[in-house]
Structures are given as structure tokens and as C-alpha cells.
Design a protein around this ligand. Structure first.
Ligand code: NAD
Length: 266
């Protein structure tokens, strides 16, 4: 029996990068996956192809997570297709970088809308379904699991990215407060804070050798992360193996949060 057998997962922003990696990893562990995308239908199709190549199953669902009505429809459609939802991975995120003095209201608001409010809209729909259904014993010890994608920048300040770092810091407390409130309903909420993972969002930082070497100065473990590093953790957090893990943020960063600048006496 696979770890996530019979379970239904929604992964937001699953048409590329970390979300794509997580969707594939959850499906390999036995979950049926709703592959959400905003604009890249081709990317979502690639994710589903990879899921099916590995013997898994899924559906594709377009929705902009910053629009509550889109999110509602995505949940309704997934529940219509599969009967319920057991796992939500709140992964969708954007960067809209600018120095603080030049950051427009739009730069600020867009990042907050997607990276923070988007997670709220999705988590609320998921929690309503988890409460409605409750625990199904042969499926999972929990009534549902929510995994919030944060970033090491929920604790490492990031000049030039104040909107992004602020949204991710919000996710840190969002996950903890939700976990505290929803525990008695047997809903688990945890967060993952990746360091530098090779995806499109940070291609400039790892694609050429000079940038990569600069980035590696921030990573004691001396490699840039892969989406599988995050996918494996997401499967564990979604499974009963982590049933006593609640309200935690797990840093998966090759040691980026260990203040590597202090290694040689600061
Ligand atoms: P990515 O750009 O490949 O993935 C982001 C995904 O979110 C894309 O598929 C995009 O289409 C989707 N998305 C954006 N806005 C959306 C919206 N309104 N509705 C639905 N989907 C939307 O980058 P990634 O690195 O895979 O990022 C995934 C998550 O991981 C993000 O939350 C990001 O902040 C976080 N993260 C990434 C890194 C890294 O090093 N790559 C580090 C820390 C945190």
C-alpha cells in the first residue's frame, strides 16, 4: 500500500518548478492530484503526463489563487471529480522585485494577493471540506493536511524583495495560527521553507557559473537544491508518518539559514 493511497491532493502552481515536482511526488506516493495552473496549460499537461507515465492519476484545473471565486470553483470541480480533498499544497507564488523606494503599489499588492491571500483562500476551502468529511480511518489519521510553501525569507530579510519577504513571513504565522485553531478538527497544517531550489523563479541565480558560485557561498552544503528535495518532504508531511508534526516550518535549504557568513569567526 502506497503512503498516500486513496487520497486526493490539490497542488497550486503545479505547472512548473517546485509545484510540478510536488505534484509528481504525491502521485508517485499514490495520491490522485489536481494539477492547478494559472496561465501555462502546457506546463500543467507536462505535469500530468509525467504523473501518468509513473502510473499515477490526476486532473488539470485552471484557477488564479488570488481570486476567491476561481479557488471555490477549483475545489468544487475537484470534489465533483474525486469525491473529496485530503491534501492541499499551497505552492503558487510570484516575485515582483523592486527596490523599496521604487516599489509600486501594484508590485506590493500583487505579491501579497498571490503569496499570502491566495494561501488563505485555498486553505479555507480545504479546511471546510476536511471538517465536512472528518477522518476516514483507512485513509489517514488526520481529517486533512495543508502544506504552505514559504521560503527561507520568512526569517532571512531580503532587500529589494520586501513584498516577497513580508508575504512569506506572514505565511510562517498563518500556518502556525491555523494549526493551533484547526488541531481539534484533526487538521494538520505545516509549512516548508525552501532555500535556493533550481526553478524558473531564480534561474538568474544558478544558470551561469559565476552566479552559481556566488549563490553557493550562501549554502553550507554546497549544492543548489532540486525540486525533488522539496517533493520528498511534501510527501512525508502529507503522510501519516508525520502525524504528530503540527504547526511547524521545515527549512530545506542546505544550511542557508545557518548564517554561513559567521563560519570563519564572523
Ligand atoms: P515557479 O515560478 O516555477 O512556480 C510558481 C508557480 O506558481 C508557477 O507555476 C506559476 O504559474 C504559479 N502561479 C503564480 N501565480 C499564480 C496564481 N495567481 N494562481 C495560480 N498559480 C500561480 O517557481 P518555484 O520556485 O517553483 O516557486 C514555487 C513556490 O516555492 C513559490 O511559492 C515560491 O515562493 C517558493 N519558493 C521557491 C524557492 C526557489 O528557490 N525556487 C525558494 C523559496 C520558496
Amino acid at each position: 500500500m502506497k503512503r498516500l493511497q486513496q487520497q486526493i491532493a490539490i497542488v497550486t502552481g503545479a505547472s512548473s518548478g517546485i509545484g510540478q515536482g510536488i505534484a509528481i511526488a504525491l502521485a508517485k506516493a499514490g495520491a490522485k492530484v489536481c494539477v492547478n495552473y494559472r496561465s501555462s496549460e502546457d506546463g500543467a499537461k507536462k505535469t500530468l503526463e509525467e504523473i501518468e507515465k509513473n502510473g499515477g492519476e490526476g486532473v488539470i484545473q485552471q484557477a488564479d489563487v488570488s481570486k476567491p471565486e476561481d479557488v471555490k470553483t477549483m475545489f468544487q470541480n475537484t470534489i465533483k471529480e474525486y469525491g473529496t480533498v485530503d491534501i492541499l499544497v499551497n505552492n503558487a507564488g510570484i516575485q515582483q522585485d523592486a527596490s523599496f523606494l521604487e516599489m509600486s503599489h501594484d508590485d506590493w499588492q500583487k505579491v501579497i494577493n498571490v503569496n499570502l491571500s491566495g494561501q488563505f483562500y485555498c486553505a479555507q476551502e480545504a479546511a471546510k471540506e476536511f471538517v465536512r468529511r472528518g477522518v476516514v480511518e483507512d485513509r489517514s489519521k488526520a481529517a486533512g493536511k495543508i502544506i504552505c510553501m514559504s521560503s527561507v525569507h520568512d526569517i532571512i530579510p531580503w532587500a529589494g524583495h520586501v513584498n516577497y519577504a513580508t508575504a512569506k513571513a506572514g505565511i510562517l504565522m498563518f500556518a502556525k495560527s491555523l494549526a493551533q485553531e484547526l488541531s481539534e478538527k484533526k487538521i494538520r497544517v505545516n509549512a516548508i521553507s525552501p532555500g535556493a531550489i533550481k526553478t524558473d523563479i531564480n534561474r538568474d541565480a544558478w544558470e551561469d557559473e559565476e552566479s552559481r558560485n556566488k549563490l553557493l557561498q550562501l549554502i553550507p552544503y554546497q549544492r543548489v537544491g532540486e525540486v525533488e528535495d522539496i517533493g520528498n518532504a511534501a510527501v512525508w508531511l502529507a503522510s501519516d508518518e508525520s502525524d504528530y508534526v503540527q504547526g511547524q516550518t521545515i527549512y530545506i535549504d542546505g544550511g542557508m539559514t545557518l548564517y554561513p557568513g559567521f563560519k570563519d569567526n564572523g
